[in-house]
Structure formats: structure tokens, C-alpha cells
Design a protein around this ligand. Sequence first.
Ligand code: BTN
Length: 325
Amino acid sequence: MKATLKNEIIKRLVEANGEPISGQQLADEFGISRTAIWKHMKQLQEKGYAFETVKKRGYVLTATPDTVDDANISMALETENFGSRIIYEQSMTSTQAIAHNKAQEGAPEGTVIICEEQTAGRGRMMREWKSMKGKGIWMSVILRPEIAPYEAPQFTLVAAVALTKAIADISGVQPEIKWPNDLLIEGKKCTGILTELQADPDRVNAIIMGMGINVNHQPNDFEEEIKDIATSLKIASGKHIDRATLVAKILYYLEIYSAQYVKEGFEPIKSQWESYSCTIGNRIRATTLQDVFIGKAIGITNDGVLQLQLDDGTIKGIYSADISL
Ligand code: BTN
């Protein structure tokens, strides 16, 4: 779907790089009246975008708001398709719940659901996921890969690689991947991934890829029960991170790696995953729904299953578990 006109206007002003563009020029380029352009500019100002009006010469974009709204993300997008439809609200119950509905209604691959604050954010195993206003990235992306349902869990690992690379590019800090779905910095969690499926017995209709990233949190922003185990990109890098630019970079890598997965399978991505992993090579405790296994994590299979060498030497395949290091 085409980006909205407001997003196109912002993109055009960013590309102008400080050169004023007149209302008439914008009106001609977008095929609408000058009054319509003026109305769009007014609405953008209300959202926190600022313009200088250079006498007789036109508009210059001077400031953008610290939000993850669709216009802000669109101007940084480098994708073919992912992010061409962005559903953004200040506050949502859970982007994951909304993405499920949109996927059922037929939303295309690469649709993004994102907000500033979630009031009922959820993590794995139905845990609560705290989603503080304006501090993090709380988003769900709809993927529609042509794969069988048993392959879907590997998409958590694909997303982990995409997220790791995007975070390193934008923040300068390299997170580690804790199998299967956490990103850690210096042993503390900065990101969680929630992969959910809409599938028939033999085919995936949609993967709802939920991502929660603690971006600009200060230490005091974390509640007592998680403050010793959670961190943010700001705490780790010492700088404020532009969340919209990070979202655009995540979509860039997610598009590349999910296409690569569909074409070539997990193997080429697996070696990248292993290079960022802090699980492999370590003695760990894996708590599954039924049991607890302790042993050395010796690798993941081409299907993304964790291989645990138990103390008696046997190898146990772990499909889903909570891992403590
Ligand atoms: C976990 O580590 O348990 C996964 C956390 C996933 C949180 C994200 S935030 C965006 C999306 N919406 C939700 O309600 N959950 C996911």
C-alpha cells in the first residue's frame, strides 16, 4: 500500500536537505491544492514536526518529534516492501493482539503495528510485558512466508539476527542472543521477541512477529522486580537513540533475512546467529513446561533446536524452554 501523503511530504522535505520548497511546488508534485498542502502542514505541526517558512520560498523542515509515528519511520525506510503499511497509535492494548486481527483481515506481508505505549503488552508464556510510554519500541510485524508450520520457530532466530544487527548499527552496542528469543547486553535483557502463528495444518498463513525493545529507559524507569535484570540501549550506549531510525533499520534487516530464509533455508543465517549467541558453549539450565535439564549447550540444529549435552553425555534437543545461564 502507498505511504500516506503526509509521510510523502515529510520525506520530500527531508530529501530537500534544508532547501526551501514552496507550497505551490508541493501542490504541483502531489497533485493537490495549496490549501490541502497547508492543511497537511498544520496537522504535521500538531504532531510535533516544525517548519521554518522562508519568505516567498517555502517550507524547511527544522524538527521532528521523538516518536515512532509512520511519517518518522517512513523517512528513514530503506526497504522494498516492509513498512509500506504502518498502523500507528499513541496507545494500544497490545500491538500483537491488533496485528492478529489485521492479519486475519488480510493485511499484507510487512505490515507494521506500532505504538508509544501498550496498556496490556504481553511476553512469552502469557507474562506481562511492561511498555513504558515513549521509551521503547513496541511493535509487531506481519510476515507471510511460504513455509510449513514446523519451520516457523526458526523465524524467532531470524528476527534475533535482524534485531542484533540493527541495534549494533544504530546504537554502536553489540547485543548477544540468548536462545531462543532474548537479546542481552552485559547479561541484562534489552529485547524480547514473541513469535506467534496463524496456520493451517500444512501451511503458515501469517507469522506475527512481536518485538519489545527497551530503548531510551533510564535505570529508574524499570520497576523494582526487573531493574536488576533489564537494561536499555541508552543505558548501554550512553546516548539517546532515535527510535524511528532504529525501527527502519530493523525492518531493513528483517526483510533481507526473511527473504533469505525462504530462499536458502536457515543454514546461512545460522552461522550469524551462532556468532552472536551467548548460549552456545555454556553450561545452562533449561526449564521446559515439564522438566528441568542442566548441561552444556553445544549448538543449534538447522531447525533451530537447541542441543544440550547432559552430564551423562546424552544429547537432548530442546524445542522451547526458559534458559538461565
Ligand atoms: C518476551 O521476552 O517474553 C517477549 C516480549 C515481546 C514483547 C512485544 S512488545 C510488542 C509486542 N506486543 C506485545 O504485546 N508483545 C510484543
